[in-house]
Design a protein around this ligand. Structure first.
Ligand code: B12
Ligand code: SF4
Length: 513
């Protein structure tokens, strides 16, 4: 007979961002908020999560296999995995290993990977259930039935062959590789409803792996909104409906984070809409000021003004990141970005005038990119030198990557540039650091060289890098992107003696914060 406590245990997993190549590992510098919400729901519902944080602990595959062998005798109610599309290869491998270890345990995947790629997940991996949207309104129902009855649970997909009967929702049946997949309608939660205001719990997670030291304070992350009303052609938007959290729940997030992260002093908002308008920016600034926190957020080019810049600076805002993407109006229009180079330039001028650090997020290689469009991009930054240098890594370019869920991806499938979804998903690790499809007329090496050249140009123009960074920076960047370099970077905040000297050297090179 199974003991009741054993049955209520759940394996909760955060996979790596790479599978094949360790240098594709993305540093875990942001708290996994969605994972934290799942962790909280499990605990509130009386389940005991055993956390396998492969990413945070940087576990090698043989260590993961050892973990599975050591836990073989456990009777988990289910295995829950949170992942993005870029983690497909890892999830496929891991789900198979779990299936070999626990043949009958349900494997449940949530996050962007489940949302966009549930057909692949459910037909080509050992996963049983895909959570297509938010844990807040799906997981409690699943937990109540011990994952045995999927009737009435919104926002999920699963294999019909497993025999679930469900007549309560408007089901969609899809056939893929002769497997019938049942998809329940997606229901996105109301963020004003206290029942869905779940604070992430980082219990069981090594917080040092997901936070770093900013001067003498530790960083944390908060979220002010979900979804987005825009439709940029390259963007993979999991949440459709644009919704704001009420300010009092953002305050609860701050209080909860302060309890969980000793010495919290710097909060980075992960969503796009902190600076939706002056009213909202003012409310958030007042909140952050109340808790004497420095903070950073994403800004919106279309809503940013000098008045707003001054308000947030006064409220403790240190850095604003902008999804600039390009300085070419032609490319911006093709991206459906709804912003122009002139407005971007104006935004940068006012932000810098208010004393903010700006962090431009750029894309290189979008269809139509050529030397002229890059010259326009460089012109955007010309002479925007700033004296605010500390705490700044500089802006960077990512290679355009068709992501599942974006128009760019659908177009690439339609035009035959992506022939096999699974092969493509397997190749996605490494995120925007790699060229997947080269839309330019340049060979890949030239596109990489252009990325490096223009990264230098914009950071020199912004005053974040000294001129010319030259071969030393190039060598150092190569080293830091290696596995050894990664380990050194990720330990900087932990070993004080090593930290100071190494940090100074790296700061001189202006390649770390
Ligand atoms: C913070 C963030 C990061 C962080 C941390 C990610 C993390 N582990 O949480 C960092 C900086 C590491 C990161 C990296 C990258 N990211 Co990112 N990131 C985000 C961002 C801005 C917020 C994520 C977040 O916290 N959302 C809020 C929480 C509440 O939502 P959530 O995590 O999805 O979780 C909810 C549901 O999905 C669900 N859920 C999630 N997991 C599970 C599990 C179970 C079991 C259940 C039941 C439910 C469930 O319930 C949760 C609560 O509602 C999103 C955009 C966005 N606004 O969501 C992009 C986003 C997730 N990132 C994206 C991308 C592309 C990347 C990169 C590839 C980019 C790059 N520069 O290379 C890299 C990954 C590199 C790699 N090698 O793989 C894409 C993913 C698209 C896709 N199809 O997968 C997004 C959607 C941005 C976009 N619009 O394009 N990212
Ligand atoms: S890239 Fe565009 S569509 Fe995506 S979140 Fe940002 S503004 Fe919205």
């Amino acid at each position: 007979m199974q003991n009741r406590d054993q049955v209520r245990e759940i394996l909760l997993v955060h996979p790596h961002t790479y599978f094949h190549n360790p240098s594709d590992r993305r540093g875990s510098d942001t708290l996994p908020i969605g994972f934290g919400i799942v962790n909280r729901i499990l605990r509130e519902q009386g389940f005991i999560p055993t956390i396998l944080d492969i990413q945070g602990q940087n576990l090698e595959r043989h260590q993961v296999q050892t973990f599975l062998s050591e836990h073989r005798s456990k009777r988990f109610s289910a295995i829950l995995i949170s992942a993005m599309s870029t983690q497909y290869a890892y999830v496929k491998w891991f789900a198979q290993k779990c299936r070999e270890t626990w043949p009958d345990t349900k494997i449940v995947v949530g996050g962007c990977l489940a949302h966009f790629n549930y057909l692949n997940l459910l037909t080509k991996t050992a996963a049983n259930i895909a959570i297509l949207s938010e844990a807040e309104n799906t997981l409690p129902g699943l937990l109540k039935t011990d994952f045995k009855d999927l009737t009435g649970i919104p926002s999920i997909a699963y294999r019909k062959s497993e025999g679930y009967q469900d007549n309560t929702l408007d089901l969609k049946i899809e056939v893929c590789l002769n497997v019938e997949i049942v998809k329940h309608p997606i229901v996105e939660i109301d963020l004003n409803d206290p029942a869905y205001q779940v604070l992430p719990s980082y219990e069981g997670i090594d917080l040092e792996a997901y936070t770093w030291m900013m001067d003498e304070y530790r960083t944390g992350n908060a979220m002010s909104a979900r979804g987005c009303p825009f439709s940029c052609t390259f963007c993979s938007k999991q949440f459709e409906k644009f919704r704001l959290y009420p300010i009092d729940f953002i305050e609860k997030q701050i209080v909860s984070m302060k309890e969980q992260i000793p010495n919290l002093g710097y909060v980075m908002f992960i969503d796009e809409f902190v600076l939706l308008n002056l009213k909202r920016a003012t409310e958030i600034s007042l909140l952050m000021k109340k808790y004497k926190l420095r903070w950073s957020c994403n800004g919106r080019i279309d809503t940013f003004t000098l008045e707003m810049a001054k308000v947030i600076k006064e409220g403790g805002c240190h850095t604003v990141s902008f999804g600039v993407e390009s300085g070419s109006d032609k490319i911006l229009a093709a991206m459906n970005k709804r912003q122009t180079a002139a407005k971007i330039r104006k935004t940068f001028e006012v932000a810098l005038e208010a004393g903010l650090v700006v962090n431009p997020q750029m894309i290189i290689g979008f269809p139509g990119e050529n030397w002229l469009t890059l010259r326009h991009t460089a012109r955007l930054y010309k002479g925007l030198h700033t004296k605010v240098r500390q705490g700044m890594r500089g802006g960077g370019f990512g290679f355009i990557t068709p992501l599942p869920g974006s128009k760019l991806y659908d177009d690439a499938v339609a035009s035959g540039l992506i022939k096999n979804e699974e092969d493509y998903l397997e190749s996605l690790e490494g995120g925007f650091n790699k060229i997947r499809i080269n839309f330019t007329n340049w060979p890949n090496e030239k596109l990489v060289a252009m990325r490096d050249k223009y990264t230098t140009i914009i950071n020199v123009e912004l005053g974040y890098w000294s001129k010319p960074p030259g071969f030393i920076k190039k060598k150092a960047m190569g080293f830091l992107n290696s596995e050894l370099g990664y380990r050194i970077k990720s330990n900087l905040g932990k070993a004080p003696a090593l930290k100071e000297t190494t940090k100074r050297v790296l700061q001189l090179l202006r390649i770390i914060d």
